[in-house]
Design a protein around this ligand. Structure first.
Ligand SMILES: *Cc1c(COP(=O)(O)O)cnc(C)c1O
Length: 343
């Protein structure tokens, strides 16, 4: 009866081991909804892959990941003095992004393991190169595990590179270990070659867990089917059906994140059009659902309900049986599956 993520075990594991093999020092990132897999499964998988450290987003996630992972846990969101969820023990490594926080932590909890974060062109958290150097000095009675840089997404074909930015930090605020996010493989390769004494810890989530899309098959269960004729009314909003067909009730609703699109990063008109096709509204106010039946994406009858959705199949399309499953296209970072199975 559930919304299930089927994972092709062999394909997925081949991909994971190849990413791990290509990224010595990798720190798997397990945060949020666990990229669709859940934090517990990611913790267990990280352990199987031999990772000594995983990164979580927030302190509240530490306990979840620890149900399946016994190594070090880096918290990516920076520590703040008023953080009520903060977890302090030997295996938690805190991120500190302001000089004043370094001082506060140094006086309240000397010996705490910390990573000091540099402020990149991303402009989210961190200190500029000079401040980072000063913070590093002020952290003498903390256990500094290295410095961190979170870079914007790779610039793609635009030819720009993160290297100059990274080099500026390395030159100004040296550290033996650098925790880095979103460097390309090529950039990381160059840095490893140019700085053989530095220990590089690439923090990777999306391209690790979701990098082999063909290994991941989300499926919804058909819960009911109802024949309808032109003029019939259906759903909470009693919308009038325009032609004969079948209303199919499938598992998967707003509680799973179905039909809820995160703001699109699409910047071109063409990309936006593609994104519309994945869940936007048409001129008549109909919304295209993410469910595919008989090879075609189908229209919602009305907006998805909490745990189920109603979609419309026009006459002439083979109607699936109750209990059958249908494919759907989802954004994994906003979808919560009822079950994840390794097939
Ligand atoms: C989420 C996050 C990552 C992982 O990002 P992906 O795009 O999923 O690989 C790395 N570093 C930081 C600081 C993050 O917040």
């Amino acid at each position: 009866m559930s919304l299930t993520l089927h994972v092709d075990r062999t394909r997925w594991h081949d991909h994971l081991t190849s990413v791990v093999g290509d990224h010595p020092g990798i720190v798997p990132v397990a945060k949020g909804n666990g990229y669709g897999f859940g934090l517990g499964m990611l913790g267990r998988t990280a352990a199987e892959l031999g990772a000594d450290t995983v990164a979580v987003g927030t302190y509240a996630e530490v306990a979840h990941v620890r149900e399946t992972f016994a190594g070090d846990v880096v918290v990516l969101q920076p520590w703040r003095a008023d953080e009520t969820d903060a977890v302090h023990d030997e295996r938690v490594v805190h991120t500190v992004s302001r000089r004043s926080d370094v001082e506060a932590l140094a006086s309240s909890r000397p010996g705490t393991r910390v990573i000091l974060e540099g402020l990149t062109s991303m402009r989210r958290f961190g200190m500029g190169p000079l401040d980072l150097r000063e913070a590093s000095r002020a952290a003498a009675n903390l256990k500094v595990e290295g410095h961190a840089l979170h870079l914007p997404m790779p610039a793609g074909g635009r030819g720009s590179s993160h290297l100059a930015e990274v080099e500026r930090f390395l030159g100004t605020a040296p550290a033996q270990r650098w925790w880095v996010s979103h460097l390309t493989d090529r950039e990381l390769g160059t840095l490893r070659a140019d700085h053989p004494d530095v220990s590089w810890r690439p923090r990777i989530g999306t391209s690790l867990w979701l990098g082999e899309r063909s290994a991941l098959r989300p499926r919804a269960t058909v819960l009911e089917t109802h024949r309808v004729g032109r003029g019939d009314r259906v759903g909470y909003r009693q919308r009038v059906i325009g032609r004969r067909g079948t209303v199919v009730v499938v598992s998967g609703g707003t509680a799973h994140g179905v039909g809820l699109e995160a703001p699109t990063p699409a910047s071109s008109t063409k990309q936006r059009a593609v994104s519309m096709a994945k869940g936007g509204l048409d001129a008549a106010g109909r919304a295209l659902s993410p469910f595919t039946v008989a090879g075609k994406q189908r229209w919602f009858v009305e907006p998805p309900h909490m745990q189920a959705s109603m979609i419309f199949l026009p006459d002439g399309v083979d109607v699936p049986e109750v209990g059958d499953t249908v494919a759907l296209d989802v954004r994994f970072t906003t979808t919560t599956f009822d079950r994840v199975t390794l097939d």
